[in-house]
Design a protein around this ligand. Structure first.
Ligand code: 5GP
Length: 339
């Protein structure tokens, strides 16, 4: 189904039902939270009942979003469950037993990951969309609902964060057109950016310092990590690790980067992979049971730091050397050009 067909099918499904429960992935980020709340406001504007559910904490820099105080922790029965940005129910920030207990329920999956999967009754996956917030924006427009300041703030925050502040490769003219319309509808770009990017706890900045001091670079790959003890030494939370990987990929000459956070059991690491768009890090993440996008993906891996580094960095080296080979083939030699 193309996007227009998916949107009209989904709106039809929504119009025929009254109550919805909305959720997104574990350790929710700006797109997960902003698109969930934006969708809640849309459904309410359509005369529906909607509840957003996350069992995980909402990071403090998203507490300004309208409706955040209404987020619930317990999954509840409704006519339909809408999953945003997830490739399975198990990746959702919900209690699985509560979800199972609320069955039967119609399920809807809206995702923009290239590793997205058709796991629900209705699936709308658009890997070209710069954020799921942009897909919710398309739903708002198609539904003919007035974009209130609440909708605008939530969707602008979703799009801003998932495009890396309009920097990532999926950002196009239509992304800026959406941003323009959201700003015209009452959102303040500077207020949203300040709330998200300039309200960091000191522990987050201290943790970044530790991560950067653990930096290793080898050819076009770089990596860094933080241990449980290092996190404890600065009182850092899991949310404080958000965004560290983006600093690593900003180094000149680096094509792929990975940031590893040791899990409390000392037996596992959570990985954030990044590329500058030439290497597809979602393939490496998928090899280790994760997924995501070409330039940003993640996974969890068992093992010691040395074991995890060996496996993931080895895989990123393979991808970078493959890229270097392709670039050599694609770039004709000077003598060929002269001839
Ligand atoms: P981050 O590194 O910021 O946690 O995640 C980067 C991107 O990869 C996000 O779009 C996120 O949804 C996706 N991602 C991270 N971890 C996983 C995972 O374990 N499985 C899947 N399918 N996607 C992931």
């Amino acid at each position: 189904m193309n996007n227009q067909a998916s949107i009209s099918v989904l709106l039809d499904v929504i119009r025929k039902r009254d109550s919805f429960v909305i959720t997104s992935h574990i350790r929710p980020d700006g797109d997960a939270i902003g698109s969930s709340l934006g969708l809640m406001h849309l459904l309410e504007a359509m005369g529906k009942r909607a509840t957003v559910v996350f069992v995980d904490e909402i990071p403090p820099n998203f507490h300004f979003l309208p409706g955040v105080e209404r987020i619930e922790r317990r999954f509840r029965k409704a006519d339909a469950a809408i999953f945003l940005e997830c490739d399975s129910v198990s990746r959702c920030s919900i209690d699985r037993a509560e979800f199972d207990g609320a069955q039967p329920m119609l399920t809807i999956n809206i995702d923009h990951h290239r590793t997205g999967r058709d796991f629900a009754d209705y699936n709308w996956i658009d890997a070209e969309a710069p954020a799921v917030g942009a897909m919710v924006y398309d739903l708002v427009v198609a539904a003919g609902v007035t974009i209130t300041t609440s909708i605008a703030d939530c969707l602008y925050a979703a799009i801003l964060t998932d495009t890396g502040s309009f920097n990532f490769s999926g950002t196009g003219a239509s992304t800026f057109a959406m941003a323009e319309r959201l700003i015209q509808s009452g959102t303040s770009a500077s207020d949203v950016a300040r709330a998200i990017y300039s309200c960091n706890p000191a522990s987050k900045v201290r943790l970044l310092g530790i991560a950067l001091s653990n930096l290793q670079i080898d050819e076009a790959v770089c990596w860094s990590y933080v241990t449980v003890e290092e996190m404890e030494s600065v009182g850092a939370s899991v949310e404080d690790c958000e965004g560290v990987a983006n600093h690593l990929i900003g180094i000149t000459g680096i094509e792929a980067a990975v940031f590893m956070r040791e899990m409390p059991d000392h037996k596992q690491f959570r990985l954030s992979l990044r590329s500058r768009g030439n290497v597809d890090v979602s393939k490496a993440a998928a090899m280790f049971g994760g997924g995501g996008h070409q330039s940003a993906s993640g996974c969890s891996m068992d093992g010691s730091l040395e074991e995890v580094v060996g496996l993931v960095v080895g895989q990123l080296h393979v991808a970078c050397r493959e890229l270097a080979k392709q670039q050599t083939v694609a770039t004709p030699q000077a003598s060929t050009l002269i001839a």
